[in-house]
Design a protein around this ligand. Structure first.
Ligand code: ACM
Ligand code: ZN
Length: 572
């Protein structure tokens, strides 16, 4: 009896010791091999995890890819690069190697198709968002990544990168990836960010960093604001003076039009070769570059070089302070269209984008109302005030239609700010709704495609913290906190029917740079609000939860640190 008791106790003791040992081994093990966490930003569509089992990724393991496709090789190389940067684990690309630890497999159900007896369904045409879909399976045989197209591998590689812990390790480097199935695709086809490189010039090197950060967040449209009253930044070979002289302002006002100037000339423009280089760099990261030539307003830098294109004849300095200029291209001078077509023809040579942004915002009509040429053109076109659209707004619409036809011959569609609705819209124009969502709603109801970029949710030049004093100077009239950005719903379901919602292609955040002169400040404005915006662009509404976003953010910030990009540390 006594023996039995001893045996029972010793058995329980052994069990306890073994449990403690297991826990100890696990603790030491996890101190040695850190774990991936798939709770990333933007949150994938579906994540199923089994935390009780994990695959260990270690130095020297292979990433298999389809050797006939260089685009897939490039994405395999991105994956190797990012894994090593974050964890020290060195992987090797290995063509067509089914035994590799990581396998990039074309076809979403490639595994199940190969299984005998399984019914293979007829392939259906993919919707645009599905082109980007991917599936990651982590199990005992390693990591299988499935995608319809090479872009899916890029998205999957970014997901794994964001899931990895950031640890410094040497030869023995290893990482545990809990068994999981992740299925993902974006909600919207258009996921944009604008960078204003006209109010302040940013180097090509900075723009590439900006593009890398966009790609990290799953964005796919870089809206490059290239021309402004305060500077012309695109080289036009047939009119070299435009960039040479139009890019330089004599000095810059300090703060919000304080009347005090810094006395320092500001300049810089992008050569066409540099633009092509940016386009290529972005394309390798699945980002389309949409150039914007803002017309017929915001053109004072062009008027500086060609004063004869203005209603008054000038002179016009490249503007040294902020706000909306009354000086716009003359709507009645036929040379205006000739000039714009010369510019846009070179824009089309350099930028393959299917859509070209023609601006159209903030065009005061003061000059046009009293300009003999503009008024003669209105008469010649037989334009009458129709009660809805003023004659001058219709004159702007006439210019837009001429430009639209010119670009259509080159296979491009126009996109413009919501003001272009005011003179009447034609054809395939896309509206970018910035003065709230009203313009976007109206355009969708008229059957036009729309990008939602309402200022109160999307203008990340504004401060992000309530305590304005804690931040560098920004535009300032209202706060656009990360939670505000995160709360935006682009489809406006309370106003738009299901069919009308189909015209909403997506959303965009805009980084205007009147008060942002340095890359560090630009990234501070961008981050972490781009994280919040990326959930608007990528995630379904029922997945969006700001509290959860806050919990997931520290992991992303570690990656920002690793990439060396500054960000704002507060959230409200
Ligand atoms: C704009 O903010 N003027 C488009
Ligand atoms: Zn005029």
């Amino acid at each position: 009896m006594a023996d039995k008791t001893i045996n029972k106790y010793s058995f329980q003791m052994k069990k306890l010791i073994s449990t403690l040992l297991t826990l100890l081994i696990f603790a030491v093990g996890s101190a040695m091999a850190q774990r991936a966490n798939y709770q990333i930003i933007p949150l994938p569509k579906q994540v199923e995890v089994d935390q009780t089992q994990a695959f260990t990724l270690q130095n020297g393991m292979g990433v298999s890819f389809d050797a006939s496709n260089p685009e897939i090789l490039r994405n395999a190389q991105f994956l190797c690069q990012w894994v090593e940067q974050s964890t020290g684990v060195k992987l090797l690309t290995t063509p067509n190697d089914q035994k590799a630890a990581i396998r990039l497999i074309i076809g979403m159900d490639a595994d199940s198709k190969s299984k005998k007896g399984k019914k293979v369904e007829e392939p259906q045409p993919l919707k645009e968002q599905q082109q980007e879909a991917y599936k990651i399976k982590v199990g005992e045989n390693g990591i299988s990544i499935y995608a319809h197209n090479p872009i899916g591998f890029f998205r999957a590689a970014q997901t794994l990168r964001k899931a990895l812990p950031i640890v410094k390790q040497g030869e023995e480097a290893k990482i545990e990836l809990p068994y999981a199935t992740i299925q993902d695709e974006p909600r919207f086809v258009y996921r944009g960010v604008l960078l204003d490189c006209a109010r302040h010039f940013f180097s090509v090197e900075m723009i590439k960093e900006f593009i890398d950060v966009m790609a990290l967040h799953g964005c796919n449209q870089f809206h490059w604001h290239l021309t402004e009253d305060q500077g012309w930044r695109f080289e036009v070979k047939s009119m070299p003076e435009l960039a040479l002289r139009g890019s330089i302002r004599e000095q810059t006002v300090i703060g919000p039009n304080s009347g005090i100037y810094d006395g320092i000339p500001h300049g810089g423009y992008y050569t066409q070769d540099e633009c092509r280089d940016v386009v290529k760099y972005a394309a390798e990261r699945y980002i389309n570059v949409i150039p914007e030539i803002d017309l017929p307003g915001h053109m004072q830098s062009a008027l500086h070089v060609y004063p004869e294109l203005g209603c008054t004849g000038g002179p016009y300095p490249v503007r040294t302070y902020w706000g909306v200029s009354r000086e716009v291209l003359c709507g009645g001078n036929p040379e205006t269209l000739t000039f714009l077509k010369k510019v846009l023809s070179e824009v089309c040579d350099v930028f393959p984008s299917k859509i070209i942004h023609i601006g159209g915002d903030e065009v005061p009509k003061d000059r046009w109302k009293v300009c003999p040429k503009c008024q003669a053109k209105i008469k010649e076109l037989g334009i009458k005030d129709d009660g809805k659209h003023s004659p001058e707004n219709q004159l702007q619409s006439y210019i837009n239609k001429e430009i639209e036809a010119f670009l259509a011959e080159r296979g491009r569609d126009i996109i413009g700010w919501d003001e272009i609705l005011e003179g009447g819209l034609s054809g395939k124009s896309i509206i970018m709704s910035w003065r709230g969502t009203k313009g976007g709603v109206e355009a969708a109801k008229q059957g036009h495609r729309v990008i939602m970029s309402p200022n109160v949710y999307s203008y990340i030049d504004h401060p992000q913290l309530k305590d304005v004093a804690k931040q560098p100077r920004t535009t300032g009239s209202y706060i656009v906190s990360a939670s505000k950005v995160h709360s935006f719903e682009p489809l406006i379901p309370e106003t738009l029917s299901d069919e009308e919602q189909d015209y909403i292609l997506g959303s965009q955040v805009n980084l205007w740079t009147e008060h942002v002169a340095y890359p560090e400040h630009a990234f501070y404005q961008l981050l972490p609000r781009l994280g919040a915006a990326s959930e608007v662009q990528w995630c379904r509404p029922d997945q969006k939860d700001f509290e959860s976003f806050k919990e997931r953010l520290p992991q992303l910030k570690k990656l920002y640190d690793l990439m060396g990009v500054p960000y704002c540390n507060g959230l409200e």
